[in-house]
Design a protein around this ligand. Sequence first.
Ligand code: GUN
Ligand code: ZN
Length: 450
Amino acid sequence: MTRQVFRGTVFHLLGDPDQGADAAVIHEDGALLVEDGHVVEAGTWIDIQPQVKGAPVERFPDGLIVPGFIDCHVHFPQVDMMASPGDHLLHWLSAYAFPAESRFHHEDVAAETARFFLDQLLANGTTSALVFATAHKVSAEALFAEAFRRNMRLITGKVLMDVGAPAGISDTAETGYMESRALIRDWHGKGRLGYAVTPRFALTSSERQLELAGRLVADHPGVKLHTHLSENVEEVEAVHRLYPECPDYLGVYEKFGLVSPHSVFAHCLHLTASEWVRMGKSGANIAFCPTSNLFLGSGLFNLKAAETAGVRVGLGTDVGAGTSLSLLATMNEAYKVCQLQKRHTTAFKLFYLATLGAARTLRLDDKIGNFVSGKEADFLVLDVKTLPLAKRRWEHTTTFAERLFALAMLGDDRAVARTYVAGKCVHERDKSKNINAAARPKHTEEWDDL
Ligand code: GUN
Ligand code: ZN
């Protein structure tokens, strides 16, 4: 039995802060008690102290201990082409995303990128994610293997894509089905991993492939369905032309049995009133990806419409169309997207969308998302020591909510002092290296010494 104590300001959410003023829990002089990688209790230091019983206490006098961030939609093979200036989604895909993904048939490329990507997630305080791989089976295998090694709660799947894309990044309906089945058998439920059946979107899968995707999710309860929906106006029009018999874009996924509480749809920017109602009734979930939506000029996500329809929403970075892996930077853009639509969001709500709200979106809120007793102890320590602007701003705040909001607007990976996965420290900023990182070439270590 390993007991650990982490002392600092503790903040987490027990529910949607817009639905109850007591959802936000703040212990200014607080502590998190962890045993065997699970939360025993989060409380005030006074309450936790009698339970310490000789366990080591790590002290973070200036630190804010929060649940690990959860990225509801991100593409790991796109880290090498992010920040490529595409015209709009369909042009950007063929000019940048598809060529970058074509390298992932190579096991070494997939393995090295998976390592880099997960190092970056942890450095950004992201402990869980729902991730797109490529159509190559080895790309999903590489990410699973690397996430397993780090004991991360991560969901991914090989992309299904049998039409409308170059041969080097495509599969066939049959190979996509067989490879997905093999990956589910080998990885779903192993450690903290989960599988997502991942048709890229309606324009790159044949009807046969979408039908087989429906069969995969029907045959494997608990496996997710992860895809894009209604991101871009030209994309929506092309889907209408391809499926004139369907009432709308969502109707295409409904036709193939792909809409359920285990489905996560990235974007959902141009849904009709009927699609919103059906999304709510189905229990399907949305990844809200503000940096990507602004970068590609795709549109503004309507958080109010999602809430009215009762749809669960979590934040996604959507790298490489997204411009940062930081969920703090993503909160910043989410705030602005909502402001433009007169939907004011608080810091509590923004943190909710990156923690408990995201866990609910992935239907993992029985395991992660806050510090309720028994949950897995994924958490991070935030501080403003290395952010001069935020530090200065904090000196001029009076309330916790003000400090949290400034952190959401001004923060990024520099604010992440430590990241813990199941109670184990996996990133330590001030040692200026990720403790998971493989040995790096000499020249990068020389830079570290400067
Ligand atoms: N729609 C289909 N594929 C993609 C992708 O790779 N990125 C984004 N943002 N949208 C997509
Ligand atoms: Zn995406």
